[in-house]
Design a protein around this ligand. Structure first.
Ligand code: CTP
Length: 210
């Protein structure tokens, strides 16, 4: 789901992602017998089977720390697959005020700083290795051509194996989604509008093919 990047103790910058796609992926992977850890933002309504380990994070930096902790672990616990379905905030406020900003003062200017790209860091670190399989999402508001082009660029830029492209209007806060799967072998596939649980299974099938 969405991250929350604080501005002051009562306000934050965020986005419209609900986290439902990530939760569906966690549930369906678990149903297939995977050992699953779900790292999610506080906005997500999470109802998952108890054996799924859940880690709550607020910000992109917290998510990066949690992801790295789970990836850089002992050989026997290293994940086979990392799926980044989270709508990680690309930017965070450059400074966080200790006290609530009052409206009696001047209109505040909120400067932004770029957040690290967690998935890209994993792709670069993995280098020539085949594991973990890395899966990213890409969200568009334009046309299908742009979505596919964006997905292909992300495959290369982030050095990952599979990108799940979708439109914000099909995905955000809904129980259904329509996606395009683009993988590093050049394969491209559309998954027609369906419940996120079915979409999740198609994503997992595509991962198995890799
Ligand atoms: N991602 C990440 N860390 C970030 C931003 C994104 O790990 N700081 C991951 C997301 O979880 C997702 C993919 O990278 O899997 C999305 O990439 P991004 O470049 O942010 O794509 P869009 O959100 O589609 O944005 P844009 O096309 O504007 O770059």
């Amino acid at each position: 789901g969405a991250r929350r990047e604080p501005i002051d103790p009562v306000r934050f910058v965020s986005n419209r992602s609900s986290g439902k796609m990530g939760v569906a992926l966690a549930r369906e992977a678990f149903r297939r017998g995977a050992d699953v850890t779900l790292i999610f933002g506080v906005g997500a309504k999470v109802r998952v089977p108890t054996p799924i380990k859940c880690v709550v994070v607020n910000t992109a930096l917290e998510m990066r720390e949690a992801v790295n902790e789970h990836v850089h672990t002992s050989e026997s616990h290293k994940p086979d697959v990392v799926i980044m379905a989270a709508a990680v905030a690309d930017y965070r406020p450059s400074s966080v005020r200790d006290q609530k900003i009052k409206k009696s003062g001047k209109v505040p200017q909120i400067g932004l700083t770029k957040n690290p790209d967690i998935l890209q860091e994993l792709g670069v670190e993995r280098g020539e290795e085949r594991r973990p399989v890395l899966v990213g999402f890409s969200v568009e508001t334009g046309e299908i051509d742009e979505l596919l082009q964006d997905a292909r660029s992300k495959l290369n830029d982030k050095k990952v194996d599979l990108i799940v492209g979708n439109f914000a209007s099909d995905a955000f806060d809904l129980d259904t989604n329509r996606v395009w799967l683009v993988d590093r072998s050049g394969r491209q596939e559309e998954v027609a509008l369906s419940y996120k649980s079915r979409v999740a299974n198609r994503v997992l099938d595509a991962i198995l093919r890799l």
